[in-house]
Write a protein that binds this ligand. Sequence first.
Ligand SMILES: Cc1ncc(COP(=O)(O)O)c(C=O)c1O
Length: 406
Amino acid sequence: MLNPRLDLLSDYPFTKLRALLDARPLAPHLKPVNLSIGEPQHAMPEFVTTELTADLSSLSRYPTANGSPELRAAIAAWLNRRYSLPEALIDPERQVVPLNGTREGLFMIAQVVVPEKKGPKGERPLVLMPNPFYQTYVGAAVAAGAEPYFVPATAENGFLPDFAALPRDILQRTALVYLCSPANPQGTVASLDYLTRLIELAREHDFTVAFDECYAEIYDQVPPPGGLEACMALSGGRITADALKNVVVFHSLSKRSSVPGLRSGFCAGDPAITQAFIKLRNYGCAGLMMPVVQASTALWRDEAHVEANRALYRQKFDIAQSIIGNRFGFYRPAGGFYLWLDVGDSEAVAKTLWEEAGIRTLPGIYLTRPENGGEKAGKPYLRVALVADLETTREALQRISNVLGR
Ligand SMILES: Cc1ncc(COP(=O)(O)O)c(C=O)c1O
C-alpha cells in the first residue's frame, strides 16, 4: 500500500528531461554543456575547504538539531546587514532554523503550517504557488495533505502571481503561499509594495507566506527587497510581538556562495512558526554536519566572495545580451541566473538544441502545471541556466544562437 497522494505528483522535471533527450544521439564533435539545472559552477571560496576540514573529529558525534549558536548568530547578523533590520528583530535562538539546504525546509514548512481543515466550511486547505514554480512547493503541498493551487505568473502580469485577485473563498481556504523572489525561472523581483500587500493578505486570511529568497544575492542592479524587510515596512520599523506574524523567509548558500553540494540554508521569521519547526525537526530531520556548520558560519560572515560571484553573473548577462540581442523575448532579469526565452514550442526546441548544439536546456512546460490556464505560462519558454564559467557560457550561447537563428 502506497500513499495515494503521491499519484498527484508528476515526474520531476529532470526525469522528464532525461526521457526527452537521453535516447537521442549526440554528434561526436559536440562537447555537451548542461545549462538545464540551476547548479552554480563557479569556484567556491577557498576558505570553505579549510573550514570544512578544521575539526573532522566532530563527525564522531551526532550534530545538534539546530546548528550552533555561532551559525545562528552569523545568520541573524547577515539578515540585519542585508535587509537593514533592527538588531533585536531576530532572536537567533528562537527564530533562525539552519537547514540542510532550503529545499528540505521549503518541503517541511508545509508540515508545520498546514492544518487539517481551513476556511469557514472546514474544507481541505490550499497551498498556493506561482506557475511556473520550484517543484518542491507542489511536493510539499501534496505530502501535507493540502490541495496545490497554481496561480499564473505570465508576461501579462509581469511574471508575478496576483494572489490578491483570487476569489475570497480560495483565500479563506489557503494555509500557505509560496513566493519566489527573485523568481526561478523568470528572474522577476517583487517590489516592497508587492511584498507588503501579500503579507497584509496573509494576515487578513490567516495563512503563512514562505518567501523563497534563494536568489536574493544574485541580482543585476538593486538588492531585491525581502519578506522581513516588508514586515518592518508594515510595522513602521517597530519591533512588536506580531511584527513577523505569518512570515517565514528561506535563504541558501547554494547560489550565494556557489556551494550547492554543501547543503546549507536556513529559514527565519515568525517565532510561532520557527519554534514549531524546530520542534518538528527534532523528530524528523538530520542536523547539519558540524563541518558544514563551521563552513556555513564563515560564509555568512563574508561578503567579498558574494560580490565577486554577482559580478560574474552580470558579465554572463552582458554576454547573453550581446549574443541573443532582442530575439526570443530576451530580457535582462532583475535577479537570479536564468534566461527565460520565448521560443515557441520549448520541448521541440530543447530537443533540437541538444541534438544539433549539444546544449541541455529545460523546457518551461516541465516547470508548470496546466491548471488555471497555466500552459501558456510555461510551454513557449525555455529556461537556460547561466551557471557555467564565462567562456563555456559564451560558447554555449553562441551555439544556441546559431541553431535557433536558422
Ligand atoms: C527557487 C528555488 N528554491 C530553492 C532551491 C533549493 O536550494 P537549496 O536546497 O540548494 O538551498 C532552489 C534550487 O535550485 C531553487 O531554485
